[in-house]
Design a binder for this molecule. Sequence first.
Ligand SMILES: Nc1ncnc2c1ncn2[C@@H]1O[C@H](COP(=O)(O)OP(=O)(O)OP(=O)(O)O)[C@@H](O)[C@H]1O
Ligand SMILES: [Mg+2]
Length: 365
Amino acid sequence: MHPLFIMMAVVALGGALLSVKQRAPEALPWIFAIAALGMIYRFWSVQRDDAAARGEGLIDHEVLRKMRLRDYGSWIKENVRGQDAAVDLIVHSIQRGLELARPGRSLGSFLLVGPTGTGKTFLAQMTAMALWPEKEPVILRMNQFKDPYDLQALLGATGGAETGSLTGALLEDPYRVVLLDEIDKCHPDVLHGLFEALDGGHIRDKASSKMVDFSGCVFFATCNSGAERLRALKAADSATFAARARDALIKDAGFEKAFLARFSEIVLMDALAPIHIAEIACLQIAKQWREQGIEVSYLSPELLARAVALNAEFGEYGVRQLARCLRRLMDPLLDEARKKGSSAVSLGFDPSTGGATLMLAAERR
Ligand SMILES: Nc1ncnc2c1ncn2[C@@H]1O[C@H](COP(=O)(O)OP(=O)(O)OP(=O)(O)O)[C@@H](O)[C@H]1O
Ligand SMILES: [Mg+2]
């Protein structure tokens, strides 16, 4: 503002106050009181805008401190089979994170390492469902960020029209599970750009210039490389696993020490034992039939053994292909049951056909 204009304004204001003093002196205290209130309000709104620009006040940590994930531990284990140790570790760690929720600290960050199809992505999804059932986790396929400039796609580009895929999702809702899938496949510069987020700090979305607070987030990152060395470490001495797992991943997955230091836990999610594959087959068969409105009241052990054998054929893919194989086996039976109008069935195994054919053992109307 031009100094001359300020001088004129001061003179005009002084003149106005003098004439008020002469004509209605009793109004002066009121004028000063209103002016003081106006100044206090202005000071408060500037402070509030500064806090919003720093990303403060977006997250109610008191609400987080009251959440109880530990009550859902057994529900997660019912869904994610054969990974009880991993589930216990993660649930316990997030529960601690919730109890200690505060700015500048994420609720937990976990690097899940294991072969394909062992439930890494599924565990992240189930944890998200247990924490915030009405919200989808933010799933970022990190193999799409192979170039250093791809960081802009995650955090927004200066002057860009669209917010970043990570920052934009968090601006919509700061209480989220974020899954960084296949993290070993992205460019190291992209990983560097995520350090602040993994720590639970603040990052400014470059497109909207808005601050994003990561202290209401749980991070999962998944990676296939390094599983063998971690398995050997676990078998040799589980007590030193936590201490040496990071060194193993520096060698095998090529991660930097500074990046691995950002994770609260490194978790091995190893290949599933046959008994757990049978359990998953059992769950998936029941689910496939339930989707058609039919309850499976009995499943023969031979059928589950067949499911495990089938999975061995696709062993390389973990249980990823299991649902598809089972669907192929079940579809003819499902058609038959639907035609008969069955609402509940028992599923058996027909050895007369060499074990490859399934049969409807019994049905109730
Ligand atoms: N331990 C498990 N318990 C129950 N279901 C499982 C388990 N593991 C895998 N599944 C089933 O298989 C599907 C594929 O698993 P998921 O995507 O979690 O594998 P992944 O370990 O992330 O593999 P990748 O490394 O290839 O990404 C899941 O959606 C789920 O239906
Ligand atoms: Mg996955």
